[in-house]
Design a protein around this ligand. Structure first.
Ligand SMILES: N[C@@H](CC(=O)c1ccccc1NC=O)C(=O)O
Length: 303
């Protein structure tokens, strides 16, 4: 892999970028080659809305189930037809949108192909900025997982998948302290898709207008800085770091360096660069049962 991490000077490469270049590196829509930037976002939303409509028409579901008292603290749960409720693998999805856009209501991309194979899928809602702060989102995601574990104690594994900002939230769960929640979730795998793991560069982009991260907030919420010091709770739990071929060089660097840090920290990490997909297609392909990423998920869940 040719992506260099920290340069010979020891300084992160983004620190030498102009403000314009940094902004460009962290605007995924500008790296889409098959469509114009705005059309790429529109297409992504449409595919998410359509997949969600189809999922709700096809599978038994529990919609808008509260995992906390806040209005935004809700999940949608989709069940496969067979087997008794509960004794199933559970796949939890945390949507992207830079912690300030997107919702569970248009993010059920992977329900059809996973439910068809006997996986329960939970699409998690959380309070995006400016309503929610990053610390609150991390806490909400933690509680959503605790909720699933408590409600389905006989689950056959909980798998966390996040996209982009959602991959960041899922990665923060590698560091979660479950003791204060009274239950340790049966986590069996992490799928971190086109994520951001070091939030420091975000502080210097326009995304921070809504996020309002201080440098301290960014560092406290950067799994890249934290996982090296943490012991894997379960060293056998696989952590897959995936990035799309057409993601920006900064997104490639973020994923590659996080993967390397996970390996050094004793996690069972793997890295995939998915060919021919951009930041949005990488999730859009999850609507299809034979996509490379869908197959990786199923293989991990049923190995
Ligand atoms: N404002 C971003 C949108 C974006 O990043 C995004 C949109 C949908 C799903 C994930 C995204 N990226 C990270 O969370 C852009 O212009 O590319």
């Amino acid at each position: 892999m040719e992506v260099s991490g920290v340069g010979v000077s020891g300084e992160a490469p983004w620190k030498k970028m102009s403000a314009e270049e940094l902004e460009h590196q962290y605007l995924p829509r500008q790296w889409v080659v098959r469509l114009g930037a705005e059309e790429a976002l529109r297409t992504y939303s449409q595919i998410g809305i359509e997949a969600t409509r189809r999922a709700q028409a096809t599978w038994k579901s529990l919609l808008h189930v509260p995992y906390g008292d806040g209005e935004g603290e809700r999940v949608d749960i989709y069940f496969p037809n067979k087997v008794a409720e509960g004794a199933l693998p559970f796949f939890l999805f945390f949507h992207g949108g830079y912690w300030q856009s997107g919702s569970k209501d248009q993010s059920a991309f992977m329900v059809d192909p996973l439910a068809a194979q006997g996986v329960a899928v939970v699409i998690v809602g959380y309070d995006i900025a400016p309503k929610g702060t990053l610390d609150q989102m991390v806490d909400q995601v933690t509680r959503s997982i605790v909720f699933v574990q408590k409600r389905y104690p006989s689950n056959e594994g909980i798998y966390l998948c996040g996209h982009s900002a959602g991959a960041h939230l899922a990665a923060m769960m590698l560091l979660a302290d479950w003791t204060k929640h009274g239950v340790t979730p049966n986590l069996k795998g992490f799928f971190l898709v086109s994520g951001v793991f070091d939030l420091e560069p975000m502080v210097y982009t326009s995304q921070n207008v809504a996020l309002q991260l201080t440098l301290e907030d960014a560092r406290r919420n950067s799994p890249q800085l934290k996982v090296a010091q943490a012991q894997p709770a379960d060293p056998a739990c696989p952590v897959l770091v995936v990035v799309g071929q057409f993601d920006s060089p900064e997104f490639h660097r973020q994923s590659w360096e996080f993967y390397q840090t996970l390996c050094q920290g004793g996690w069972k990490a793997s890295f995939e660069k998915l060919s021919d997909v951009d930041h949005f297609e990488i999730i859009e392909t999850l609507t299809q049962k034979d996509s490379v990423l869908t197959q990786i998920f199923l293989k991990t869940i049923f190995q």
